[in-house]
Design a protein around this ligand. Structure first.
Ligand SMILES: [Zn+2]
Length: 248
């Protein structure tokens, strides 16, 4: 039996029995962790108050095995809310939908429980802080988070040099399967020709050039979001397929 202490972002909560909850967190040091919070749904219980999606919490875990991923889930034995980011997110529809997509993406990119994912954790906490303060348009914060999440997980898209042959850009064709922009010679079926403004926006979001991103026209923001969404789903679908293959 062992005790662990870590801080993390609550990704989601599920009911368990009459009064308990299963809390899923993306922690700083232990990656994604699921743990049981006992009694949190009793109205008079102060324990676990604030263990809601988007909250940044300091949690003490009590695990029966030698690590956090044993046969039974660890228990949350002490919790302290560090930053209730949800307060600045759930009251605004655009922030809420962007934030929810971030939590789901962070969970999808941390398939293996207990495996440290510190870069993904840092991206998530930074994005939620920015979102809760309303520092930029929610969909821009979301797209920046998605692009950077893809990058830290090994799927960095190219927005300048050809993703296949490396020839220096700008290149006009964009292909999710090829990994970003491609030159005329490397162009494959299914590639599209986005506006140069949309490509420049995605490049700015990936590198953190917020001055450029904030000044973009709405139509280019929408176009860029469509490309990010297509790119993300292509990689997540492949991830799922390879996971099913492994389980067989
Ligand atoms: Zn090429």
């Amino acid at each position: 039996m062992s005790l662990f202490r870590d801080d993390g972002i609550v990704l989601r909560t599920q009911k368990l029995g009459e009064a308990d909850r299963i809390i899923t967190l993306l922690t700083r040091g232990h990656g994604r962790v699921r743990a049981v919070a006992r009694g949190v749904r009793r109205t008079k219980s102060k324990f676990g108050a604030g263990l809601e999606p988007f909250s940044h919490a300091d949690v003490q875990f009590f695990a029966r095995g030698s690590d956090l991923v044993g046969r039974s889930l660890p228990l949350c034995t002490q919790t302290e809310i560090i930053s209730p980011y949800g307060n600045g997110i759930v009251t605004d529809y655009a922030r809420y939908t962007a934030g929810t997509a971030m939590l789901e993406t962070a969970e999808r990119f941390t398939e293996n429980e207990g495996e440290p994912a510190v870069q993904q954790y840092l991206l998530l906490i930074g994005a939620l802080r920015t979102l809760s303060r309303g520092e930029h348009e929610p969909n821009l914060i979301l797209d920046a988070f998605l692009l950077r999440s893809l990058a830290v997980n090994g799927y960095a898209p190219s927005f300048e040099d050809c993703a296949k042959c490396g020839i220096h850009g700008p290149n006009r064709h964009f292909s999710v399967a090829a990994g970003g922009v491609v030159c005329g010679d490397c162009r494959v079926g299914g590639s599209v020709v986005p506006s140069s403004e949309a490509i420049a926006l995605l490049s700015a979001l990936l590198t953190g050039d917020w001055g450029y991103a904030d000044a973009c026209e709405a139509r280019h923001v929408r176009e860029g979001s469509g490309l990010v969404s297509a790119y993300l789903h292509w990689h997540l679908e492949r991830g799922l397929r390879s996971l099913r293959y492994v389980e067989k």
